[in-house]
Design a protein around this ligand. Structure first.
Ligand code: BGC
Ligand code: ZN
Length: 367
């Protein structure tokens, strides 16, 4: 079986590897699900793993199969599996439990352990291959009518978790009904967060570098958000126009903006940081002023990573609701298909170089 792999910590090592086809019986107690992979999305995490910034192979291997955003079709299930059957479309969660209390209650996404196990990222092979087997506990159904968006299930789960976490955390305020949200970054997470917040009736400003006209701006506006280019207006200037936001979701992949956002948030507001920044960047920050304003404004900074089974389910529901409110918009994110695992170089090239590619994904098989 072919797989797209890297040698973690060796920059630009993407290559084609061979793996034996897995069997349903590889998972004990009849709980295995064998999935034929149809599409796999790639993102900045895959790029940074190929840059050698992070990622680790599974024990006993010197390579790591990439790919954590999966969409496939069930081919076979073990005798104890009830919630999916052959022919069902599915996606699969990314993180696998360690041993902390959170891991044991199905919340490995908030594990308290430093070491985390993530398919295609850390210590476990990913989905950029022909078949995978996993415990049914991690396999999530995708409705056939959402087949065209199935490959966005994982990023949507991450976006949904971020939003759910901040609403959860803001219960500290007794009443919190955010009116204005800034979403910094208009990559896949920025746009999907824009959708989720619009579904919740929030006024959204989606903010990114590029000027209009652009596909990103069109998608954000089709969701009913306002697109703002930081080349025409800084966050501070924007806040003078709109009033300070109640909520900022940071998804630029740029740590400088993550900190800049801290100076425009309104009282009682919250910022969620979702970017993974693997570099070594340093910037100067006005610490006195931020400290003062954050204390006087009872503000909250929340980090959010990964997603568990329930976030996948709610993410898929939100994709469905998005199709009802904003038909045909979300699929415009899926700009850049690459056909076949053999085209791994092209996949990486699109991911690294292409200015037009909003979402790169590999069509692994028809189905
Ligand atoms: C993935 C998450 C993962 C995170 C950290 C993201 O790209 O989508 O599932 O938890 O990287 O590795
Ligand atoms: Zn990701």
């Amino acid at each position: 079986m072919k797989a797209i792999a890297v040698k973690p910590r060796h920059p630009n090592s993407v290559h084609l590897a061979e793996l034996p086809k897995p069997r349903v019986s590889d998972v004990p107690n009849g709980r295995g699900v064998l999935v034929r992979v149809l599409k796999v999305g790639v993102d900045a995490t895959d790029r940074e793993i190929n840059d050698g910034l992070y990622g680790n192979p599974p024990p006993g291997y010197d390579f790591l199969v990439l790919g954590h955003e999966s969409f496939g079709i069930v081919e076979e299930v073990g005798p104890s599996v009830r919630h999916v059957k052959p022919g069902d479309y599915v996606t699969c969660t990314v993180r696998r439990p360690g041993t902390s209390i959170f891991d044991r209650i199905g919340r490995s996404d908030i594990t308290s352990e430093e070491t985390y196990y993530e398919r295609g990222i850390n210590l476990l092979h990913g989905y950029l291959t022909e078949y995978y087997v996993d415990d049914s506990e991690f396999v999530v159904r995708v409705p056939p009518a959402l087949k065209h968006l199935g490959v966005l299930s994982e990023p949507m789960s991450v976006a949904d978790k971020a939003i759910q976490q901040v609403y959860e955390a803001q219960k500290r305020l007794l009443v919190w009904e955010p009116k204005i949200a800034y979403v910094t970054g208009a990559g896949q997470i920025g746009l999907l967060v824009t959708l989720i917040l619009r579904l919740r009736g929030v006024e959204v400003f989606t903010i990114a570098r590029g000027t209009k006209p652009s596909l990103k701006a069109e998608i954000a506006e089709a969701y009913g958000a306002t697109y703002v280019s930081t080349q025409s207006m800084s966050l501070t200037e924007l806040a003078k126009h709109t009033g300070k936001p109640d909520l900022i979701i940071e998804a630029t992949g740029n740590s400088a903006i993550a900190f800049e956002a801290m100076s425009v948030l309104g009282h009682n507001g919250a910022i969620v940081w979702t970017s993974i920044t693997g570099g070594q960047r340093k910037v100067e920050v006005h610490t006195d002023s931020i400290n003062l304003n954050w204390v006087l404004g009872n503000k909250l900074l929340l980090g959010s990573v990964n997603a568990n089974y329930r976030h996948f389910e709610s993410g898929i529901s939100d994709l469905a609701q998005g199709e009802i409110f904003y038909p045909g918009v979300t699929q415009r994110i899926l700009t850049t298909p690459v056909n076949g695992l053999d085209n791994y170089q092209e996949m990486m090239r699109q991911l690294v170089d292409s200015k037009e590619a909003l979402k790169v994904y590999v069509n692994v098989a028809e189905g």
